[in-house]
Design a protein around this ligand. Structure first.
Ligand SMILES: [Zn+2]
Length: 801
């Protein structure tokens, strides 16, 4: 790096720090040890060459904060890095990006030139060497600009180049709209598919993918997201109830107020466990190096710890080392040459009721202690007294007309598992306000109130969130210190806590899944055990107490993404947590489109299709996240959101990422648009509860006589699980399930080479079974169709099953 670059980067770091409001450590009394100063990380944008590096950084405790973008050469991501971590970046192949240095989608003209060069060079091989299958083809617009997003897979993996051609609209020739080279998406060493997102002048009606290995495939764009008129709700629908950021004390005060104002349709449900509380032991670090002594109060700071002083008094003649206590004032009379170890032993023996003492970060403590103080112990907490220091009762606002219990469909929305994501609780609270304040007048809201059992937890991490609001804005985790002595000095106070969204049981870091750290000072610390924290126990407790909860959303920021399962994998072999079965994957997509169309309605922000799906597929592995637990253990459709970010800027022609604590106008916009998505989730739950209609299904091509082998697929009127047999037996829940042909792909093709009778039934997401068939009974009310093959029979072959 040359001097000029270095200068530029430090200028950028300075800016980033100012933007975070963390450029200056809080003022401390001059007498205090510099060792008490916490490290202040800087926000930077990184380039990381591959998934392996990204995972390794997560596991090593790097704080990858958001704005993750997949670029052809790897990833770009925002990160908070300490000076020590910055020096370690090269170990992961990562580098800091200066503004303007980041990836830009290739200029369409340049991309087209490359595509045309490849097409011109394309020697049609004598044999076609691969087969290309087109997955998703999505068309959408934002801020006046059209885009297509295409995913396609070659049977030869990432080796061939794939070129996308599209037409200029109905009736035009494919290729006249434009041509571009797709990027191969290889994840943790596994080829996923090729993909591209490209601006278009006109909505294409047809696309073609040409492989340099000779094959081609044709696809037809679907519209991603649909226009929503005034939130479905009619004139007079009220919204926009929140005018600024709120800390959990303020959020829960409003929650209680709502319950008082609307007693007929709300109640406050107190979750089973209180948090540890916004509180710390009072501490001081005295001295330095091997002579440093770390002292911590046995009482919490606010319960007397903050009143304690410790003085290390200079040796007097030949007096021996001794400790005197006068009320809360501890005086250590040093002897000549008293070492830190000796002082610590004396403090623990003589003042153990008031304090404990240990060496600094594992030092031996053999250095001679210098006279110091008196120094007041402090918990360093800066929130006003209006913020309680007691364990915090986390609550859910339960909304609905009584009785709210089964058979009502339950929806649980939680926000702010990560403390610094300040917009997220406002999204949850705004959604609650919309329900209660429109309940008397708006028919769609009345339907939700009558048919759905809503639970809203505006801040599931109140301690960490108070800390983020009042002490350290970049706090992500809860406030609980699980570190031993070595990392428990006050200089570490911004590095303690459990990442609540790594503390769950399915796909846990304890079982080898990627994306969580076992270091108690890492920002992705998974906790001392699965479900060790009251905050995560609360979510599980609520879902167990209310088994009617069928839908779940955890709101995070930022990135502009909507996730479900799989959300974690074991890096070696890329073994993911269970993939949702075909019905659930299709249902997730259907719900996503509804939710995100409502998000887009407010200010034309499209959450892009390439940012939607299993988070392990579209972002990275998050070991032990809540979504995996709720879906796999309780069958809850469990979404996770990264709100904010990925907003198209027509002036710069680029996608912009968001931030944790944007200026209010931007925060307000995000709150408004995503609250609309939450309300749409409630409507989805109402529809789910109303759903008495089973899916109707058929096979394609249909029953009939065919001259040769055919590929059979099932078609369905809505997402459904199909259980089928081809051996003449009655289909049951133990029969084969119809599956997708691959990740983010449609239903598989079932090759039929000889006459075959399919017998099947379907089950929709609400559990309705097609035709009233009883799979456990004796009736013959299943569907059936026979494919008769008359043509020349191929040689006997081994069945694919
Ligand atoms: Zn988060």
């Amino acid at each position: 790096m040359n001097g000029r670059t270095a200068g530029r980067i430090s200028a950028i770091l300075g800016l980033a720090l100012v933007a975070l409001g963390t450029s200056v450590a809080p003022a401390e009394e001059p007498a205090r040890s510099p060792l008490e100063r916490p490290e202040f990380p800087a926000l930077v944008r990184l380039h990381v060459p591959g998934r392996a590096g990204l995972d390794a950084m997560e596991n090593a405790g790097f704080d990858l904060t958001g704005g993750l973008t997949r670029v052809p050469s790897g990833f770009e991501v925002d990160a908070l890095v300490t000076p020590e971590q910055r020096r370690a970046l090269t170990r992961f192949g990562a580098r800091i990006l200066a503004p303007g240095q980041g990836f830009r989608w290739p200029d369409p003209a340049e991309s087209q030139r490359r595509a045309d060069a490849l097409l011109a060079d394309l020697d049609r091989p004598a044999f076609v060497l691969d087969s290309v299958k087109i997955g998703r083809v999505d068309s959408f617009t934002t801020k006046g600009q059209g885009f297509i997003s295409v995913e396609a897979k070659s049977t030869q993996g990432s080796t061939p180049q794939l070129i996308l051609l599209w037409d200029a609209g109905e009736g035009t020739v494919v290729g006249t709209g434009g041509r571009a080279v797709m990027s191969a998406f290889v994840d943790s060493g596994v080829y996923m598919y090729h993909r591209i997102l490209t601006p278009v002048d006109a909505r294409p009606s047809q696309v073609m993918v040409v492989s340099t290995f000779g094959s081609t495939a044709t696809g037809y764009p679907s519209d991603w997201l649909y226009p929503v008129e005034a939130l479905i709700h009619g004139e007079g629908y009220r919204s926009d109830f929140i005018d600024g950021y709120k800390d959990p004390t303020q959020l829960y005060a409003r929650l209680e107020q709502i319950a008082e104002e609307y007693p007929d349709i709300t109640e406050v449900v107190t979750l089973p466990h209180t948090t540890n509380g916004y509180r710390r032991k009072a501490q001081a670090t005295m001295g330095s190096g091997n002579s440093a002594v770390v002292v911590s109060s046995t009482a919490w700071g606010h319960e007397g710890g903050n009143d304690i002083t410790v003085e290390l008094a200079a040796p007097q003649g030949g007096a021996p080392l001794g400790v005197t206590i006068d009320g809360n004032a501890i005086t250590v009379q040093l002897a000549t040459g008293s070492t830190a170890q000796q002082v610590i032993a004396a403090l623990n023996a003589e003042a153990g009721d008031l304090v404990t003492a240990h060496t600094y970060r594992g030092n031996t403590g053999t250095g001679a202690v210098a006279a110091t103080g008196p120094v007041a112990l402090t918990d360093f907490l800066q929130a006003p007294p209006s913020v309680s220091r007691e364990p915090f009762p986390v609550r859910a606002l339960r909304i609905g007309k009584e009785p709210r219990d089964e058979p009502r469909t339950g929806v649980l929305v939680i926000a702010q598992d990560h403390a610094r994501e300040w917009v997220t609780p406002l999204v949850a609270l705004e959604a609650a306000e919309r329900l209660v304040q429109n309940a008397a007048t708006d028919p769609e809201t009345q339907r939700i109130i009558e048919e759905v059992d809503v639970f809203i937890v505006p801040s599931n991490n109140p301690d960490g969130s108070h800390y983020s609001r009042h002490d350290f804005s970049s706090q992500r985790r809860n406030m609980t210190n699980h570190c031993g002595e070595v990392d428990s000095d006050p200089g570490r106070r911004n590095s303690w806590g459990v990442d609540l969204n790594r503390n769950y049981r399915v796909g846990s870091g304890y079982d080898g899944y990627s994306g969580a750290s076992t270091s108690c000072i890492s920002n992705t610390y998974l906790g001392p055990g699965k479900l060790s924290e009251p905050e995560s126990q609360n979510v599980i407790g609520l879902v167990e107490q209310y088994p009617n909860i069928k839908f779940f959303m955890t709101i995070h920021s930022n990135g502009g993404q909507l996730f479900w399962q799989p959300g974690a994998y074991i890096a070696e072999g890329r073994i993911t947590t269970p993939r949702p079965e075909m019905r659930d994957e299709a249902y997730y997509w259907q719900m996503a489109e509804r939710i995100l169309s409502h998000v887009k309605a407010y200010q034309d922000t499209p959450v892009r299709p390439d940012n939607v799906g299993g988070s392990a597929d579209v972002l990275y592995s998050s070991a032990g996240n809540v979504r995996e637990d709720l879906y796999n253990n309780y069958g809850v459709y469990a979404f996770g959101w990264e709100i904010g970010g990925s907003v198209w800027n027509p002036d710069t022609g680029s996608w912009q990422s968001g931030s944790f604590q944007p200026a209010w106008p931007q925060a307000h916009g995000e709150m408004m648009e995503y609250a609309s998505g939450v309300v749409e989730m409630f409507r989805i739950a109402a529809d789910h509860g109303d759903d008495q209609e089973p899916a109707t299904t058929s096979i394609v091509p249909g029953e009939g006589t065919y001259a040769g082998p055919v590929d059979v697929r099932f078609q369905m009127s809505e997402p459904a699980t199909i259980y089928y047999t081809i051996d003449g037996s009655r289909p049951t829940f133990a029969s084969s399930r119809y599956r997708t042909s691959g990740i983010r792909e449609d239903g598989e093709a079932l090759p039929v080479a000889q006459t075959t009778t399919f017998k099947w039934f379907s089950v929709d997401p609400a559990g309705n079974i097609e035709g009233g068939y009883d799979p456990d009974g004796q009736d013959e009310g299943y569907r059936q169709a026979t494919i008769t093959i008359t043509g020349p029979q191929p040689a006997p072959r081994v069945s694919r099953r």
